[in-house]
Design a protein around this ligand. Structure first.
Ligand code: DAH
Length: 336
């Protein structure tokens, strides 16, 4: 009987396969009610009183042994299955997505091209909050309460003191407060105005602000930078023109035009017969603004400029209605 039990143990283990159904069949065959081991136990009545407990113990051992072997094999198979599944379902995140990929929005494209131009000139990019304090959007920029310049920049108020910024110029102040000259930054971003939507207006649009502060910065530096920007944006032939203007935060201030890239200055539909197209505001940073930021205007000077990114995109890509930039009509976007 001892040999029979050992044979059952060895056979059962040797026959363990990698197939669920086979394993179950094997379990029934050896350990089931009508199984071989049970048959052996049934025959124990014939054993002597001394032998019976010994064989009984061995039989239990063999049962436990076979059960353990089955359990172990099942576990192994489960692990292998999981491994296989993991291998098969591994996602290669570096592969391109399937189907239509889309592309960068023309506004973002324009913004990135503009950023590249200024990065090439040694500017760095800084960002400022869109929810802004009245102080940064107006007061620190030399626009006190009740100043008429606030009329043209009516925006959305969260409280009397907190508003959606109407221009990117507050980033000038935030930058000068934190960083001492030399400063050479641009700051692109969203701005808000309480304007009704039409072909050239939107309550949300984008601006790009520029600021340079150092010792000995002059209007000549401003002209040089803007001329380079204009040529890179609208073509090598482009000329620029400064017209005197007023901004509270610059003195002197100017509006800057580029020669029409469509007609070269002769006058056409795009420049409305002018030969020139207005693109931005600029000037020398007002001494009050420098002082508000703790920079001594007797030691440092600077220039600043700001323009609408939509306007540049519309000129560059001949878009005649600003709303096209926000409607996400794929027939329009697909043209870029
Ligand atoms: N912030 C002005 C606007 O929204 C644009 C501007 C004009 C920015 C002159 C400047 C500047 O930095 O010097 O109309």
């Amino acid at each position: 009987m001892r040999e029979l039990l050992e044979k059952i143990r060895a056979d059962a283990k040797a026959q363990l396969s990698d197939n669920d159904a086979d394993i179950e069949a094997l379990r029934v065959r050896y350990l089931g009610k009508k199984g071989e081991l049970t048959a052996v136990l049934r025959g124990m009545g014939k054993l002597s009183a001394e032998e019976r407990p010994l064989i009984g113990q061995l039989a239990n051992e063999v049962r436990a042994d076979i059960e353990a072997a089955i359990e172990e094999r099942r576990q192994e198979m489960q692990e292998r299955l999981l491994e296989l599944k993991l291998k098969k379902e591994k996602i290669d995140v570096t592969l391109p997505a399937e189907g239509e990929l889309g592309h960068i929005h023309p506004l973002t494209m324009t913004q990135r091209e503009l950023e590249d131009i200024f990065i090439g000139l040694g500017f760095s990019i800084v960002e400022g909050p869109e929810v802004e304090l009245d102080y940064y959007n107006f007061q620190a920029l030399n626009i006190p309460e009740n100043h008429p310049a606030r009329d043209t920049q009516d925006t959305f108020y969260i409280t009397d003191n907190i508003l959606l910024r109407s221009q990117t110029s507050p980033v000038q102040v935030r930058t000068m407060e934190k960083q001492k000259p030399p400063i050479r930054i641009i700051s692109p971003g969203r701005v808000y105005r309480s304007d009704a939507v039409d072909a050239t207006h939107s309550p949300l649009f984008h601006q790009l602000e520029g600021l340079v502060v150092d010792k000995g910065i002059s209007m000549g530096d401003l002209k040089g930078v803007l001329e380079l920007f204009a040529k890179q944006t609208f073509g090598e032939e482009t000329r620029i023109r400064f017209r005197p203007h007023h901004f509270p935060f610059t003195e002197p201030s100017a509006e800057v035009d580029v020669s029409c890239f469509a007609c070269g200055g002769k006058g056409c539909r795009i420049c409305k017969g002018e030969g020139w197209i207005e693109i931005l505001g600029a000037g020398m940073v007002h001494p009050n603004v420098l002082r508000n930021c703790g920079i001594d205007p007797d030691v440092y000077s600077g220039f600043a400029f700001g323009f609408g990114i939509e306007r540049i995109a519309m000129l560059k890509y001949h878009i005649d209605d600003m709303r096209l930039l926000y409607e996400n009509d794929t027939r329009f976007l697909g043209e870029f």
